[in-house]
Design a protein around this ligand. Sequence first.
Ligand SMILES: Nc1ncnc2c1ncn2[C@@H]1O[C@H](COP(=O)(O)OP(=O)(O)OP(=O)(O)O)[C@@H](O)[C@H]1O
Ligand SMILES: [Mg+2]
Length: 179
Amino acid sequence: MKELSLNILDIAQNSFTAGATLTEIILEESADKLTIRIVDNGCGMSEDTLKQVSNPFYTTRTTRKVGLGIPLFRQAAEQTGGYITIQSTKDPVNHGTVITGVFNKSHIDFTPLGDIASTVCLLAQGCGEGDMVFTHKIEGKETVELDTRALREVLQGVPLSNPDVQLWIKAYTTQQYEK
Ligand SMILES: Nc1ncnc2c1ncn2[C@@H]1O[C@H](COP(=O)(O)OP(=O)(O)OP(=O)(O)O)[C@@H](O)[C@H]1O
Ligand SMILES: [Mg+2]
C-alpha cells in the first residue's frame, strides 16, 4: 500500500466488524520510530484464529478466501526492520484486541503515513454506533486528537456521517497537524 494510513483504516475496520464499542488508534512518533497501536473492545479472536491470523490465506470472511488486512500491515512494518504484535482475547468480560506495529522511519522501505486527516474522517464515519479515539503523539509537538465521544456530545444526535460533520472533522484534524 502507498500510505500507512490505508493500513490503519484496514486494521480499524476489523475492530468495527468485531463489534467494538470503542476503538482507539494511537500513533507515537519520534525522529526515527513510529508505533501504531489499534486497541478495541470487540469480540476478540479465538486462539485458533490468533494462530492463523498472520497467514495471508486465512480469513473468517466467506466472500473471498484471503484476508489481507493483517498480513499487509505486518509486511509494511517488517520491510522497515520492524514488527507487529497481536494480543486478543474472547474473555466474556475483558474481550478485545490490541494490534501494535513498530516501524523504522529512516528505512528506505518505510511507507509514509499519507493523508491521515482523511483517514480520521473515514474512521469517524466507519465506527458506526461505536466510538473511536484517534491520538497522534509526535515528539516535541502538540498531540493531534479526535474523540468521537466528545464530538457526539456537542452534536446532540447529528450523526458523524453527516457531510458537514465530515468536513468539520477533516478541517479540525488538518488544523491540528498544521500547528
Ligand atoms: N480486531 C479484531 N477483532 C476480532 N477479530 C479480528 C480482528 N482483527 C482481525 N480479526 C480476525 O482475523 C481475520 C483476519 O483479518 P484480516 O484483516 O487479515 O483479514 P479480513 O478482515 O478477513 O479480510 P480483509 O482485511 O482483507 O478485508 C478476520 O477475518 C477476523 O476473523
Ligand atoms: Mg480486515
